[in-house]
Design a protein. Structure first.
Lengths: 283, 638
């Protein structure tokens, strides 16, 4: 049984009080509780404060380019679908630069777990606005307040075919752990959107703010009800943030539907050598 | 014997299919062919044309004179009449358009009447034309009928019979009315077994031979048929083909797959490659193997999508911000495409770098005869070489309970087999899949499978970016128990951890750069020389698909008594100066030939070797070179 220590790499460099600390320890705890060890999973990191976790979390890992973690994760999963694949990304990373990949990863129901650090700003580039920031948010790149309305990760994911969509809050480590475990256990594309204060560059969306603006989905919430899920997701536009599994459904994953893999992974299967059979059509 | 048969008509009516059919029939009769298609970037309404050069010996270029022109519409005649001679045959329907009296041989075929008499569809005009063509060439309908039977077998004998009668009517019409004009150019002759393939077909085939298991692409002319061919094969070959949302996803899907241990490739044209470029740089620093197929078309931007150009050479060479090693190969014909594609998959794994295969529309979409023995021999001789790979012979699990399978790698095997993890003591054993390469540096070799050294080795942390003499750090496929590492787009320490330390930075830059030195010493190939350098007055210098036209031009010039040689570059980047400079002795007249306007290869050659070529023959109208225009250039300037 691996321990949290086994998953711990170099010492983190996040700001004191940053939500990333809570997310970081929650991810490690979730992996330990799932019985995984650093050799048994692949993790792809984007670029940003969230992606810097690459150095602090032991695993077979890719520290990718900004925005490109999801296609890397999809490729890794296709290669070896028996290993869990997790993408750890930021809001600008995943919903901005990599927005197109996000939509299509949902559609494909690729069996990867995407953990998004959603803090409304670009921390690593010192505080420009992120696509999840509330309309009017003032930042270095939007001194008069952002004109656009925020991306809604929950309804976007649900409407594009994601089969697991959860939201959690970095201030509640136990809940983050629970959502990550559920997400990794889910067979199919899973999104865990983690609301997270940036203590340095976001003075609006603080711990206090999220305490006041989040609500837990009720115990009898029907997470397989698409209409209800969209309704809960849309509460975000009123600055009310649901916490919990907003939507979960089941359909075959991308690799489930590939006849090329199955019992054997793409990596393990024997090399194809019947070249002559391919030449017939050229005679 | 060599002649050109050309068919043209309105786009969307089967011209290209008929052309391929003609190539295949000629090959089955024992001839060699090379074809070239002209089509606009639209599905209906434009003009399509396809020409086939037929010869009794290997052919890899076009010829300017058209010997048989089949006009399914007037445009065909109008667009191509300047290539007709007094010996040219023109098959056309006088009911559709008239050809003024002139110096050609007219073969009138009543396409329109046959179609309306039998109530045939417009596309069946092709079948009549094929029958008429085979007739004027003194051939028979056996193979055409055979193909029609196979094509329509599913639709029943009635449909087969219906189609066959169009071929027969075209055939009989010519036989009965133009028996004096028949030129027996397509009779059966003995020949080796051949297949008819395009550059794209051969790249796809090479990818399969090279054990590529993930191919990711977004359709873009002229690379798209690689995607469709590999997709059509995937249930048979076991390859996974992903048509991703954009080219950025395409290359990153492949990089993720490659990281996880399988061979992966992507294919595109210039515009798509432009989107991939940041990730080429990523592959460079993270040291993830990848093969990139770049089929050039006439740019810039959307350019002329269905026409040919060698305009992306310097773009490919310089693709990617920052400094990192990559290799660029440029096959000149179908055979070289197969050779270099299969080599590229080895090179990209051995050096853990991006390898770009540069094609262009002319090479990618032209069909050529390929001897089966050539392919069979290449397949038989090809060895998968994954370079330096650490193989945990038995899983070693110092810390955790095994949850995932350990990957076992053994000599000559790809990518390995699952072994139950039961032994927690034995450490990784390093091996190269091709020990003869002798690339494993001393510190990594000769690790015995058991013993005290191993106990120690097991406790050593695996270093993804270990500093080595040849710049190549052994790879470890993710999943091996007891290990983990990160590949990193940031500069990193030997273990992959992000760093900004000056010394570590310098070491890693130098480590990566060393891979080029190793490549130049081990795997670079100097240009091929065609002709006698000692006797030649004129030396052509070129790369890529200009090879066919230049070789043909050499033959034409030899007939005029002109002695030429030709330096044909395939390993275009990086270049080994010491091997290239001696190939350029003083006192020769060098002529650079390229399908672009900037003379990109001349610049590259100057940059890499200091050799400057002043005389250039450049073509950038979207069309490939005619051997004749190369010949005329020489004749004019000497």
């Amino acid at each position: 049984m691996a321990t949290i220590q086994d998953f711990s790499g170099y010492n983190p460099t996040w700001c004191p009080g940053c939500g990333d600390w809570g997310i970081g320890i929650s991810i490690k705890s979730a992996l330990v509780q799932l019985g995984l060890d650093p050799s048994s999973l692949m993790v792809v990191f984007g670029i940003g404060c969230s992606g810097n976790m690459n150095d602090f979390l032991n695993a077979y890992a890719i520290h990718s380019l900004h925005g490109r973690a999801l296609p890397n994760a999809i490729g890794a999963k296709i290669s070896n679908h028996k290993m869990p694949v997790v993408a750890i990304v930021g809001d600008g990373d995943c919903y901005g630069e990599g927005g197109n990949h996000f939509i299509h990863a949902c559609r494909g129901n690729h069996d990867i777990t995407v953990i998004v650090h959603d803090n409304g700003v670009y921390g690593l580039t010192t505080g420009q606005v992120a696509p999840t920031a509330q309309k009017g948010f003032k930042s270095k790149s939007t001194p008069s307040g952002i004109i656009e309305v925020p991306v809604n990760p929950l309804t976007l994911a649900i409407s594009q075919g994601a089969t697991f969509v959860a939201q959690t809050f970095a201030g509640n480590a136990n809940h983050v752990i629970e959502m990550i475990k559920e997400g990794i256990n889910h067979k199919g594309f899973s999104l865990v959107n983690v609301l997270q204060p940036c203590v340095t560059f976001n003075k609006i969306n603080t711990y206090q703010y999220y305490m006041q603006h989040t609500y837990k989905l009720p115990a009898d919430y029907q997470k397989d009800n698409l209409d209800e899920a969209m309704k809960q997701g849309l509460e975000m536009s009123k600055e009310k943030f649901p916490l919990g599994i907003v939507y979960q459904s089941h359909r075959p994953t991308f690799t489930d539907q590939l006849n090329q893999v199955g019992e054997s992974t793409l990596l393990e299967r024997p090399r194809f050598t019947q070249i002559e059979t391919l030449l017939k059509e050229f005679e | 014997m060599k002649y050109t048969w050309k068919i043209g008509g309105e786009a969307g009516f089967g011209i290209l299919t008929s052309g391929l059919l003609f190539s295949k029939i000629a090959n089955r009769h024992g001839y060699y062919t090379f074809d070239y298609l002209e089509y606009p970037s639209l599905i209906r309404g434009g003009h399509n044309a396809l020409e086939v050069v037929v010869s009794d010996e290997d052919v890899k270029a076009l010829k300017k004179d058209i010997d048989f022109l089949v006009c399914l519409n007037e445009d065909t005649y109008k667009f191509h009449k300047h290539r007709l001679t007094s010996q040219s045959y023109v098959l056309y329907d006088p009911d559709e358009f008239t050809i003024p009296e002139g110096n050609i041989i007219k073969i009138a075929v009543p396409f329109k009447k046959i179609l309306s008499d039998l109530k045939g569809q417009l596309v069946m005009k092709n079948t009549i034309a094929m029958g008429a063509s085979l007739s004027i060439l003194g051939s028979d309908l056996v193979m055409l009928n055979d193909i029609l039977e196979k094509l329509f077998a599913k639709k029943g004998q009635e449909v087969v019979g219906f189609n066959k009668q169009f071929a027969l009517l075209g055939y009989d019409h010519v036989k009965n009315n133009f028996s004096q004009q028949i030129r027996p150019h397509l009779e059966h002759r003995d020949s080796e077994e051949k297949v008819v393939m395009t550059g794209n077909d051969v790249f796809a085939l090479g990818a399969i031979i090279g054990d590529c298991r993930v191919y990711s692409a977004y359709p873009m002319t002229p690379s798209s048929t690689v995607l469709t061919t590999l997709a059509a094969w995937q249930e048979r070959t076991g390859m996974v083909v992903r048509h991703a949302e954009d080219e950025i996803s395409v290359i990153n899907t492949a990089l993720g797959a490659s990281f996880a241990g399988v061979r992966a490739a992507v294919g595109t044209s210039g515009g798509g490659f432009a989107l991939m470029v940041e990730s080429v740089s990523f592959a460079g620093i993270a040291e993830i193997p990848i093969v990139i197929f770049l089929a050039q078309r006439a740019g810039p931007a959307t350019g002329m999508p269905t026409w040919t150009e060698q305009g992306d050479l310097l773009f490919a060479v310089h693709a990617g911000h920052g400094e990192f090693p990559k290799m660029v190969f440029a096959p000149g014909d179908i055979e070289e495409m197969l050779e270099l594609t299969t080599k590229a998959f080895n090179i990209s794994e051995i050096y853990q770098t991006p390898v770009i295969i540069l094609s262009d529309m002319f090479l990618s979409e032209s069909h050529k005869s390929v001897l089966r023995t050539y392919i069979d021999q290449l397949v038989a001789n090809y060895k998968i070489d994954k370079g330096k790979i650490i193989s945990p012979a038995k899983p070693s699990v110092p810390t955790a309970t095994p949850a995932a399978p350990a990957i076992q790698q053994s000599l000559g095997q790809t990518p390995g087999t699952i072994s139950p993890s039961q032994d927690t003591k034995q450490p990784p054993v390093e091996s190269s899949t091709q020990p003869s390469r002798n690339q494993v540096p001393p510190t990594l070799t000769a690790v015995p499978p058991t013993g005290a050294d191993l106990q120690q080795a097991a406790q050593e942390k695996y270093l993804r970016y270990k500093l080595t003499g040849d710049g190549i750090s052994p790879r470890l496929i993710p999943g091996a128990k007891g290990h983990f590492y990160q590949v990193n787009s940031y500069e990193h320490l030997e273990d992959g951890h992000t760093t900004e330390d000056a010394t570590a930075r310098k070491q890693q830059v130098e480590k990566r750069n060393k891979k080029w030195d190793t490549y130049l010493a081990e795997d670079f190939e100097a240009p091929k020389v065609f002709g006698d350098m000692n006797k030649a007055e004129i030396v052509f210098v070129s790369w890529g698909s200009t090879k066919g036209p230049i070789l043909e031009a050499q033959k034409l010039l030899a007939l005029q008594g002109k002695r030429t040689a030709y330096l044909h570059f395939t390993h275009v980047y990086p270049m080994k100066k010491e091997q290239i400079v001696p190939l350029f002795p003083n006192g020769k007249k060098y002529v650079l030939i390229e399908n672009n306007s900037h003379a990109q290869f001349a610049k590259l050659l100057l940059m890499e070797t200091g050799i400057e070529i002043k005389e250039k023959l450049l073509k950038y109208d979207g069309r490939p070179f005619w051997p004749e225009e190369i010949m005329e250039h020489v004749t004019r300037n000497m």
